[in-house]
Ligand binder design. Structure first.
Ligand code: GLN
Length: 477
């Protein structure tokens, strides 16, 4: 195993093809590694004793993958890291799971997250936080912290996460891996437990862009079971794996490089810009003037949709039930017991902004500002092909540092949430280490349904650098 765990999924697949690696043995090598190392970082909710072996075939056949615990896998526990689901068993496969099975991938287990994907640190989990494999006293990011940490620690070559306001990209940035949020509608949400339905999107977390392209090939595409899934052709994303950036215009938005951004993070992002410029890309200053309203707009819309989506956990349909002889009390006790603090906070905020007296002042207004934010991007994309920004204002913060101050936690999402409000594709990839030896992530934002350009630039960057090959020393061996 020693020599295999460092490799990307596509490299493992090549070894299998050349008969240098046993396809049937590989999942068990990773299972053993995960069982041995995960107690240190706690990235998994469950490591299956019998990995689920997909029947179908593809280039990635036999390669193990981990799944965020808010995506339904038939016959398996799904918890969303919430007490209220109380080990509910999924009765069907999410569309993405069906597709992974059809491609012959092997599901190794489920990963930790903030409860119902509410958070930026993986601390809002009923299982406790997933630790950052680079430094155990730091957060892994959130909400897909388990998936990002498992991949960073090479307990699995890649994983799926979900991103409503940065939940794939920010933990990828904190853990030093690649996290890709596709265009809204590109990947079916059928079988993804809903947080904010107009923002949620499933995507891959990998160590490199080659794996990212292969996984997108598998999971993207129209699905009649998701009414918001887009009827657009899916290109072969591996065609974008070329070292070529000389035709690219990169926008640098001034609003993303202001107060609050850590100096070291800023330097690393500018380093990416310069490196791409050296290879012929053009850097262009742009403005996204409504950026300052993004956090408020996002939290009104996301909480409103969450409060509505979470109505279904009533103590009757799923999971935890506090048995009472009075129906209202049953609701109150089950929800009171089952939901964690952050979930309750969001239900309160969302119910308030949707209530008849405040709907116009908050929810409706937020929808209007959402359009302004979307228009900002549209204007920018008249001038540039992609936008380069930091993923997060800082590298991974300490466990406990922000948990008692929700507002400062919300504010740390500043660079990722506009992308979801506008429905655009974006990716975070490692671009260096700060003086504490913590990974720093850069974000590229693309035009709707232009994932290819992001893959091409990311792939080119990884040809010139080796940050993505660094493995946290704590999990080596
Ligand atoms: N951190 C953001 C939030 O707490 C985004 C979470 C997500 O993308 N699921 O809502």
């Amino acid at each position: 195993m020693k020599k295999f765990f460092k490799l990307g999924g596509y490299q493992l697949a090549e070894l299998i093809k050349d008969a240098k690696l046993d396809r049937n043995e590989l999942p068990f090598l990773f299972q053993e590694r995960a069982q041995r190392i995960d107690p240190l970082i706690k990235s998994f909710v469950e490591i299956y004793s019998q990995p689920i072996i997909g029947e179908g075939a593809s280039f990635l056949k036999g390669i193990p993958i981990a799944i965020k615990d808010n995506i339904c896998i038939k016959g398996k526990r799904i918890t969303c890291a919430s007490k209220i689901l109380n080990s509910h068993i999924s009765v069907y496969d999410a569309t993405v799971i069906e597709k992974l099975k059809r491609a012959g991938l092997v599901i190794l287990g489920t990963t930790n997250m903030d409860e119902f994907a509410f958070g930026s640190s993986c601390e809002n989990s009923c299982y406790g936080p997933t630790k950052n494999p680079w430094q155990l006293e730091r957060v892994s990011g959130g909400s897909s912290g388990g998936s990002a940490a498992a991949v960073a620690a090479r307990l699995v070559p890649f994983a799926l996460g979900s991103d409503t306001g940065g939940s794939i990209r920010q933990p990828a940035s904190f853990c030093g891996v690649v996290g890709f949020k596709p265009t809204y509608g590109r990947v079916s949400r059928f079988g993804l437990v809903a947080f904010a339905s107009s923002l949620d999107q499933i995507g891959p977390i990998t160590t490199n862009f080659v794996d990212c392209a292969y996984l997108l090939n598998i999971i993207c595409g129209f699905d009649k079971f998701d009414s918001t899934s887009a009827k657009v052709d899916v290109p072969d994303f591996t065609q974008a794996l070329t070292f070529q950036v000389s035709d690219i215009k990169i926008g640098i938005p001034q609003e993303y490089f202001q107060e609050g951004l850590d100096k070291e993070v800023e330097e690393k992002i500018m380093g990416v810009a310069k490196q791409l410029e050296k290879k012929g890309a053009k850097l262009i200053d742009i403005s996204l003037p409504h950026t300052e309203y993004a956090v408020a707009t996002y939290y009104i819309i996301a909480c409103s949709e969450a409060s509505s989506n979470l109505q279904r956990y009533d103590g009757i349909k799923y999971g935890l039930r506090e048995s009472k002889d009075n129906l209202v009390e049953l609701y109150r006790e089950s929800r009171g017991e089952g939901f964690g603090e952050e979930a309750k906070r969001r239900i309160f905020l969302g119910t308030y902004s949707l209530s008849s007296g405040y709907y116009q002042a908050y929810y409706l207004r937020a929808l209007k500002v959402r359009t302004l934010i979307k228009n900002d991007f549209q204007k920018a994309f008249d001038k540039v092909d992609v936008i380069l920004t930091p993923t997060s204002p800082t590298s991974a913060f300490k466990i406990g540092e922000k948990i008692t101050d929700p507002l400062s936690m919300y504010l740390s999402d500043i660079y990722t949430i506009s992308v979801n409000l506008a429905g655009l594709p974006a990716v975070s990839f490692p671009c260096g280490f700060d003086k504490n030896n913590l990974p720093v992530g850069a974000q590229l934002i693309g035009r709707a349904f232009d994932e290819q350009t992001l893959i091409r630039i990311g792939f080119s960057y990884q040809q010139m650098t080796d940050y993505h090959r660094q493995i946290p020393p704590l999990v080596y061996g």
